[in-house]
Design a protein. Structure first.
Length: 113
């Protein structure tokens, strides 16, 4: 069972990962999003959550789908250097049939997005 604290912490970790992957300070991100630095700190530490408006701003700012913020253990890659297919193939063998079905369904939804 998932708890709200887990969601907030995971969300914050993804925000921090995206921010640091772009070499941004919390201050700079706050400025771009028109938020206070303390708000970014609270989000990244899982002490605060955001509105749909801020989720939209984050998604657009980092050029990612909003769902990325809710995936556990997200690793942010330099997309200029990543060969997606070669990175994905070895990962697939570690998933159960049920998880592969979920992945497939996600891909189908994204394809139609």
């Amino acid at each position: 069972m998932v708890e709200d604290t887990q969601i907030k912490k995971n969300f914050g970790c993804v925000v921090r990962e995206l921010r640091t992957s772009k070499d941004l300070t919390q201050e700079k991100l706050a400025e771009f999003l028109d938020l206070q630095t303390q708000t970014i700190t609270a989000i990244e530490t899982g002490k605060s959550f955001i509105s749909c408006e801020v989720l939209t701003k984050l998604s657009n700012f980092f050029n990612v789908h909003p769902s990325i913020f809710f995936l556990p253990k997200v690793r942010i890659y330099d997309t200029n250097k990543l060969n997606y297919i070669n990175e994905i193939k070895p990962l697939l063998s570690s998933f159960s049939q049920e998880k592969l079905k979920e992945i497939y369904n996600i891909l189908v939804v994204m394809l139609n997005y």
